[in-house]
Write a protein that binds this ligand. Sequence first.
Ligand code: CP
Length: 315
Amino acid sequence: MDKHNFVTIADLSREKILYMIRLSEEFLRHPNREILKGKVVATLFYEPSTRTRLSFETAANRLGARVIGFSDAKASSVSKGETLKDTILMVSNYADVIVMRHYIEGAAQYAGEIAPVPIINAGDGAHQHPSQCMLDLFTIHQTQSSLENLTISLVGDLKYGRTVHSLLMAMRHFNPSFHFVAPEELSMPAEYKLYCKEHGIKYEEHLDLNDEVISTSDIIYMTRVQKERFSDLMEYERVKNIYILKSDMLVNAKSNMRILHPLPRVNEIDYDVDDNPHAYYIQQARNGLYAREAIICDVLGITLDEIINDDTIID
Ligand code: CP
């Protein structure tokens, strides 16, 4: 089998996305198995994480694999000057698959080109976050029963938010309409607007998260303003509280509209929304476990048929 990386969502066909959703559904039904017994999964996190790292590690553990890695590169030989190339080649000696988050855009692509084992991109700078995208697609499909013809509002930091970049690319197969809601400083980058034009993706840009946007949305995808990507902290201070979604703003929302957020949130979703039936971001994060079980198995060449016929299920 050729080595199979999971580095960018742009590589995934419509059929592959729907296949990965089916795979994730199987893991939702039976998350605990021993199908990866004897495998070692490495998690190399050069940037902070709670959900992505812990859900990948939980996914590996719940499938019977063992986990090695670091959550802080400063505690590794990176602090002595070891290059990304050497770190990836070393860890490839020990692990069957490497999950990595790095602050440099394209780092996972590079690792995928040099590593003898599969590389899973857990976020590279402001570029891509494909495993988040898979769990977002799984969640949208779960809540809307389809990915087709949806109106999705992307709200907040559309400049640095890698999750929104991945989501709009993946949705190109499903005839979406987007509202891009952002201040001018954080608007969707020109390259992604060009991507929309090239792929016939409909979008409108808005400065306000207003009732027209909310009432026409099937999904409102809130994002955090990414403080760590700003070179000018004064600019961050100007925009950090630009959108705060509150429960009373949702009175005219469609009954099946769901609010997603890749998390962590700072204050862009008021805590009063948590008990609103439209809120779905906690369940969304839980789906990260199932989507990441699917991704690890897929890069290791384990098929949907093998998952369906798996006799290692524990629960
Ligand atoms: N959504 C997400 O990437 O969260 P973490 O940064 O906590 O992994």
